[in-house]
Design a protein around this ligand. Structure first.
Ligand SMILES: Cc1ncc(COP(=O)(O)O)c(C=O)c1O
Length: 410
């Protein structure tokens, strides 16, 4: 009986069947404690955009630790690298002039966006605008705001009353958003949270024109639009740093984490559009935002993020993600003809899911894939997650797709 309580797990099953212990990573591969090599189909938990074992990132962390590992960023404190990273992120933000609020991860970023959105309406003199709207199938992390907003059955249950003033809409129908805002009264609705490609809910690319339609509806009713780019950000969407840029969404908030540091150290960031940030930056208004985290803007995380952005730029990984979008579509789509598969969802960034007809067998398929040298996991209701490092080669994608085909036959 080990001491580790694994997140998102049935510990009874883990105790019975044992742990899968990863000890090393190199590029698109990881290795277990027996030295067995696996193609990492998921880039960890959607984060290792530049691949594993990058010494540039280790060097950046070590150098920063020797200089100053961390300091406060509360009040007027900061470290120099934190400022540098904020400026660099503002330069690639989907909305020019955005302010950058640092967090320790995706759930923090969602919590931060939810709180700033509500505070914004208080400052604007419309304090009744408190309702936060999420979509069915959505995943927004596991703090209370994100748990409340999410639309994955089961994730809400057993925690008592969640955050008040929430509403949910269909994941794929802009008119349901409009009808819901009308029903609630726009004067009561603060913000709409939207993953451009739904990730943990099962990798659902947006229906055609969906994103622009919901963006427009939010604009019409002055509901703040939060693009949750914890998965799609920092190149995974392909062709752009962010899905919001690729699809022209001009969001009021962009929540990020994961690919910001490629997961080498925990860090998240929220981009806040100038309109929303403005009241909090007014001179002599005495307007405090009493929110933030000990590790907001952590210096080592900031140094690693800067080095990670360098790699993404130097290696052209935004374009590589578009290449993977094509290769994944080409190699995985034929699996849709397999008797055990109902659908392959792909075609929007370096993201895909193979959907099984028999949802409970997804775990068995993931385990069969391990025996064939591929590490992945179930996602959504009976899907298998594919979100490789953006450095995965076409040959490795082919190898992965062949392994999935063979494991399905098993
Ligand atoms: C879209 C989305 N938002 C938020 C989160 C929460 O991020 P974290 O697990 O870093 O708190 C995730 C995590 O997978 C996510 O996929």
């Amino acid at each position: 009986m080990g001491a580790l309580w694994h997140p998102f797990s049935d510990m009874g099953a883990v105790e019975r069947d044992g742990e899968f212990v990863i000890t090393r990573g190199e590029g698109a591969y990881v290795f277990d404690d027996y030295g067995q090599r696996y193609l990492d189909a998921t880039a960890g938990l959607w984060f290792a955009n530049v691949g594993h074992g990058r010494s540039e990132l280790a060097d950046a962390a070590a150098e920063q630790m020797r200089t100053i590992a961390a300091y406060s960023t509360f009040g007027d404190f900061t470290t120099d690298v934190t400022v540098q990273l904020a400026e660099r992120l503002a330069g690639i933000a989907p909305v020019p002039g955005s302010k950058v609020f640092f967090t320790s991860g995706g759930s923090d970023s969602i919590e931060t966006a939810a709180k700033i959105a509500r505070r914004y309406w208080v400052e604007r003199g419309e304090p009744t605008r408190r309702i936060l709207v999420g979509r069915d199938k959505a995943y927004h992390g596991m703090h209370y705001a994100g748990t409340s907003l999410a639309g994955i059955p089961g994730n809400h249950d057993g925690y008592g009353e969640l955050v008040a003033d929430q509403a949910h809409v269909a994941w794929d129908d802009p008119e349901d958003l409009r009808a819901t805002i009308e029903r609630l009264g726009p004067q009561n609705v603060a913000a709409f949270f939207c993953e451009p490609v739904m990730g943990a809910g099962g990798v659902y690319p947006p229906p055609e024109d969906y994103l622009l339609a919901v963006r427009k509806i939010c604009g019409e009713y002055e509901v703040l639009f939060v693009a949750d780019e914890v998965v799609t950000g920092f190149g995974r969407i392909g062709g752009s740093w962010f899905a919001s840029s690729r699809f022209g969404l001009e969001p009021d908030f962009v929540t990020t984490a994961k690919g910001l540091t490629s997961g080498y150290v925990p860090m998240g960031a929220v981009f806040v559009a100038p309109k929303v940030a403005a009241p909090f930056f007014e001179t002599d208004a005495g307007r405090w935002l009493r929110h933030g985290y000990t590790y907001s803007g952590h210096a080592v995380a900031a140094a690693v993020a800067l080095a990670n952005l360098d790699i993404i730029e130097q290696e052209g990984l935004l374009d590589e993600a578009l290449r993977l979008q094509e290769t994944l579509t080409e190699q995985l789509s034929p699996l849709a003809h397999h008797a055990a598969v109902t659908e392959v969802r792909c075609g929007t960034g370096a993201l895909a899911a193979v959907q099984l007809a028999d949802a409970p067998s997804a775990m068995a398929l993931a385990k069969a894939l391990r025996l064939r040298g591929v590490s992945t996991r179930p996602v959504g209701a009976g899907g298998i997650q594919i979100s490789p490092a953006l450095i995965m080669t076409d040959d490795q994608v082919t190898e992965m797709a062949e392994a999935i085909g063979a494991a399905l036959d098993d």
